[in-house]
Design a protein around this ligand. Structure first.
Ligand code: CDP
Length: 205
C-alpha cells in the first residue's frame, strides 16, 4: 500500500511522513531528498546530458543520504541546495530518471512517500493521497525555526520556490483530484499524523 503526501515547501510533509511511516510500520520515501542529492551531485558533475547523469547517480536514501560514497546529508539541506533542487526539478529528463527510480521502489511493500508529484505522477494508483498545506507565513515560520534564521528571509526564498514548483511545465505542484487536502496551519504534527493514520486504516480495510 502507498500513502502519498504531497504539498508545498514547509507544510510539514517530512515530519508528518516520517512519523506516520513509523506509526504504520511502513517505509518512508523522501523523494525531495533525491532531487536535492541530484542537484548537489550534478552541480559539480559538469556538462553533458543531465538526465543520463541523473540516471547514473548512485543515490542512497536512509538515515544518511549518500551519493556514491559521498555523504550529502547536511549539504542537501542548505538554502542553496533547496534552490538548486527546485531548479533541477524543472528538467524533464532529470524528473524522468528520478521518477522511474521512485516507481521501482514503490512497486513493492508498504510506503509513505512524500513529495510534490507522488499522487499525480509517480504513483497515481496510491491507495491514499494527502495534499498537505499551511499558510505561507506559517510555513516560513516553521522552516525559520529549523534553520534558526529570520522568517521573512525564508518567506522570500519559499515564495520563489513555490512559484517555480507550481508553474513549471513538467509535473507542477498541484493536488491530485482524489487527494484529501489537510491544512496544518493551526494543528499539531501529532494531530495531523493521527488523522492520516486513521484514514490509512480505513482505506486498508
Ligand atoms: O522539504 P521541502 O518541502 O522544502 O523540499 P523537498 O521536498 O526536499 O524538495 C526540494 C525540491 O525538490 C522542491 O522544491 C521541488 O522543486 C523538488 N521536488 C520535486 O519536484 N518533486 C518531488 N517529488 C520532490 C521534490
Amino acid at each position: 500500500m502507498v500513502v502519498a503526501i504531497d504539498g508545498p515547501a514547509g507544510a510539514g510533509k517530512s515530519t508528518v511522513a516520517r512519523l506516520l511511516a513509523e506509526k504504520l510500520n511502513f517505509t518512508y520515501l523522501d523523494s525531495g531528498a533525491m532531487y536535492r542529492a541530484a542537484a548537489v551531485a550534478l552541480d559539480s558533475a559538469g556538462e553533458g546530458h543531465l538526465g543520463q547523469q541523473a540516471a547514473n547517480l548512485d543515490i542512497r536514501l536512509g538515515e544518511r543520504v549518500l551519493v556514491g560514497d559521498r555523504d550529502v546529508t547536511d549539504v542537501i539541506r542548505t538554502t542553496e541546495a533547496s534552490e538548486a533542487a527546485s531548479r533541477i526539478a524543472t528538467v524533464r529528463s532529470v524528473r524522468d530518471a528520478l521518477v522511474e527510480r521512485q516507481r521501482k521502489l514503490l512497486a513493492e511493500g508498504d510506503w509513505v512517500a512524500e513529495g510534490r508529484d507522488i499522487g499525480t505522477v509517480v504513483c497515481p494508483g496510491a491507495e491514499l493521497k494527502v495534499f498537505l498545506t499551511a499558510s505561507p507565513e506559517e510555513r516560513a515560520r516553521r522552516r525559520a525555526g529549523q534553520l534558526a534564521t529570520d522568517w521573512r528571509t525564508v518567506l522570500r526564498d519559499q515564495t520563489l520556490r513555490d512559484e517555480q514548483d507550481s508553474t513549471r511545465e513538467h509535473s507542477p505542484l498541484r493536488a491530485a483530484v482524489d487527494a484529501i487536502e489537510i491544512d496544518s496551519t493551526d494543528r499539531t504534527v501529532e494531530d495531523v499524523v493521527t488523522q492520516i493514520a486513521g484514514l490509512a486504516r480505513t482505506v486498508r480495510r
